[in-house]
Design a protein around this ligand. Structure first.
Ligand code: AMP
Length: 279
């Protein structure tokens, strides 16, 4: 496995592979890797000849400077994990490599940009799509892999891909959970023992909605889920919604094509998100 820090070096290494018609996959991450990230690498290996994993904590997508500052960066551990997973290239640029000069970025991501995460983290998806486009330009992958854990992010990236008419394929990968149901996240290491226990309520509420989908109306399911979360001390709910998977708008018709439950909450000082497909 090679670790690369510049776009020029990366392009030089990938060029002969492209000429040999090898398929290239990109797995963008911000590091602090866990089994969820590894699952993306493993899925990418099934689709492609070469897997590139990027590790870059992108400043333009952070809406809270403290969140950026305290974002975990265990680089040696990350490199070991990627080596073990059989990743081919790790792209770990410095901020000035990706942003040599300040850059204005604003593209039309549709109405869903301003819902859910977009409402609580204003401008977040402009930053996400900005860096993902730069990574796509650097790697020029045939396929890119993202986790369903960040469901809205995948929608926004698909919008960006359509906006620029890119031809790569975006693949959504399942959420990997701890044995007790907590969705794996780089932010989980910030949870105290108490928070860690309380955080389980997010999965519990999602699972309740999925298990009782046929028993109650959507309004009743939402109320039940919100009650489950609000009855846990130390957990402050930002949103719990049952939404249309295409628009992310709230959906109250159970007959609608595809529904997803999405949740975000602060557990202690740590903000977590999770979701579950309902049908
Ligand atoms: P991050 O490093 O948090 O930016 O995540 C990098 C990629 O890993 C994104 O596509 C995430 O959706 C994905 N990811 C994060 N957590 C999980 C998880 N628990 N299961 C599957 N994919 C995940």
């Amino acid at each position: 496995m090679e670790v690369i820090h510049t776009i020029t070096a990366l392009k030089m290494l990938l060029e002969p592979r492209k000429l040999a018609q090898q398929k290239i996959a990109l797995v963008p991450t911000m590091g602090a890797l866990h089994k969820g990230h590894v699952s993306l690498i493993k899925i990418a290996q099934q689709y492609a000849d070469i897997v590139v994993c990027s590790i870059f904590v992108n400043p333009t997508q952070f809406t809270d400077p403290k969140d950026l500052e305290k974002y975990p960066r265990p680089l040696e551990h990350d490199i070991e994990m990627l080596q073990e997973a059989g990743c081919d290239f790790v792209f770990m640029p410095l901020v000035k490599e990706m942003y040599p000069a300040p850059e204005q970025w604003h593209i039309d991501l549709g109405n869903a940009e301003f819902l859910l995460e977009g409402e609580f983290r204003k401008g977040h998806y402009q930053g996400v799509t900005q860096i993902v486009k730069k990574l796509f330009d650097a790697v020029d992958p045939d396929l890119a892999f993202f986790g369903q854990k960040d469901f809205q992010q995948i929608l926004m990236i698909r919008q960006m891909v359509a906006h620029f008419g890119l031809t790569l394929e975006i693949i959504s990968c399942p959420i990997i959970r701890e044995d007790d149901g907590l969705a794996m996240s780089s932010r989980n290491i910030h949870l105290s023992a108490e928070d860690r226990k309380n955080a389980l309520v997010l999965n519990k509420a999602l699972q309740y909605v999925k298990d009782h989908f046929n028993d109650y109306s959507i309004e009743e399911l939402l109320q039940k889920a919100i009650d489950i979360i609000n009855s846990t001390t130390g957990v402050e709910l930002d949103y719990f919604t049952i939404a249309n998977t295409d628009t992310l708008l709230p959906e109250y018709n159970k007959g609608a094509k595809q529904l997803i439950a999405l949740v975000a909450a602060k557990v202690g000082e740590t903000r977590l998100i999770d979701n579950m497909m309902l049908d």
